[in-house]
Every structure is written in C-alpha cells, then in structure tokens.
Design a protein around this ligand. Structure first.
Ligand SMILES: [Ca+2]
Ligand SMILES: [Ca+2]
Ligand SMILES: [Ca+2]
Length: 230
C-alpha cells in the first residue's frame, strides 16, 4: 500500500476502532449495571471518595513504575513486551493494538501513565480480573478496587444506563444532589465540556477516566513534585 493510500485509510481505521470499542465498552457497562449492586447513590458519595480515588491511582502509578524500568515516564516497546504479554492474555495481538490505539490520546509512542490506567481499566472491564492478576500478582486487589470504583462512578452518572454519558445524564444526576439547590446549568455544561475531549457531545468511559486522572492531579508524569528526578 502506498504512502498516500495508508494516510487515507488510517483515520478510517481509527474511526472504526473507536466505534467498535465504544460499543464493546458500553455493552460491558450495561451488563455490569444489570449484574451488580450499585456502589454510588449520590454525587456526594462520589465526591467523598475522591481522596480514595487519588490513593488508588497512586497504587496504579507504583505498578506503572515497575514496568517503566528506565523511569522515563513511558513504557516503551521493549518494556511493553512484558506488560503487553500479560495484558494480552485474552486478546489477539490485533485486539491489543486496537485497544492501545483507542487509549492513545497524545500520539506519543509507548504507554504513558494515563494510558496505562485507561488501558488496564478497560481491559479489566472487558476481560475481568484475570488481567489485573497477570499484571501484578500481589497488587491486583488494589487495581481491582480502584477500577471498580472508577467504573461504578461512571455508571452512576450514566442515569439512563445505556453505557454512554450524555449531557442530560449528568444534568439529572447533578440535580439530584441537592433538593434545595439545583446545580446551575452552566456548571454542568462546563463540567461536561471538560470531560468531552473529542467534543462529540458524548463522554465515553475512556474520556471520563482521563478526566478523573487529571482531577486527581496525576495527569502527567511531571505533576508530582515528589517524584524523584534522575
Ligand atoms: Ca520507559
Ligand atoms: Ca447514557
Ligand atoms: Ca466524547
């Protein structure tokens, strides 16, 4: 295939991967909603859990650091072999590369921390706790805990339960928060806009996770001033 042809097919392929995985994730979320008890019953119960989310994400960061052997903030292709072979257990090579493509927000090579969280969380949702057990035998419990909480927070905001957040889902939930005071609509609009990274009017689980990581202050590898620099 020529250079021009591949430049033309790449966005089409990306679009297809995006749509397929959005669909699979939404199916898995609907199934989870049917088969599990609700974790969160109010926006408040989620807000109160934010420090725990942050702690949980730190645990994931520790596991990321184990795979990022040269500590440059990226699991590169060599380091990826050991991580990839573990996550890939239930996936073909193509599914794995599609999932990686789907989680890639900055087109940088390799897997950065945020992508690590999103990739693992989605693999956990789609393929179950085998994935986290393979990634970290000893710390899988911590991974499962933080992923369960993050997924359940998303499920809470998805008021109509179709596996995808739309503005009306979030507005409904925000307004349930307090009976005395409605959340001003420009605030929910702003919140939604911040989460909707590709501005398509929907917030998928991936975008929600990226937002949670950013709000927890763990967005980029340079955010933590307590990180030792080489
Ligand atoms: Ca590295
Ligand atoms: Ca929805
Ligand atoms: Ca979106």
């Amino acid at each position: 295939m020529g250079m021009v042809a591949s430049m033309c097919t790449e966005p089409i392929k990306r679009h297809r991967v995006e749509r397929d995985l959005d669909g699979k994730v939404a199916d898995a979320l609907r199934e989870r909603t049917r088969s599990r008890q609700r974790t969160f019953r109010s926006v408040n119960s989620i807000t109160m859990r934010l420090p725990r989310f942050k702690e949980g994400l730190r645990d994931v960061k520790n596991i990321f650091d184990q795979y990022d052997e040269d500590s440059d903030g990226t699991i590169d292709s060599e380091e990826l072999q050991s991580f990839g072979s573990r996550v890939r257990v239930h996936m073909s090579e193509e599914e794995m590369s599609n999932l990686h493509r789907y989680c890639d927000i900055d087109s940088r090579k390799g897997v950065q921390f945020q992508e690590f969280v999103v990739l693992l969380c989605l693999a956990y949702l789609l393929f179950g706790p085998d994935v986290t057990r393979r990634v970290s035998e000893f710390e899988s419990g911590k991974l499962n805990y933080v992923f369960d909480e993050l997924i359940d927070a998303y499920i809470f905001f998805d008021k109509d339960g179709d596996g995808m957040l739309r503005r009306r889902d979030v507005t409904h939930r925000m307004n349930e928060a307090s009976h005395q005071e409605r959340t001003p609509s420009h605030i929910t609009a702003q919140l939604f806009k911040e989460m909707d990274l590709n501005r398509n009017g929907k917030v998928n689980l991936k975008e929600f996770l990226y937002s949670m990581i950013r709000w927890a202050g763990l967005g980029t590898e340079d955010d933590g001033s307590d990180e030792a620099s080489p």
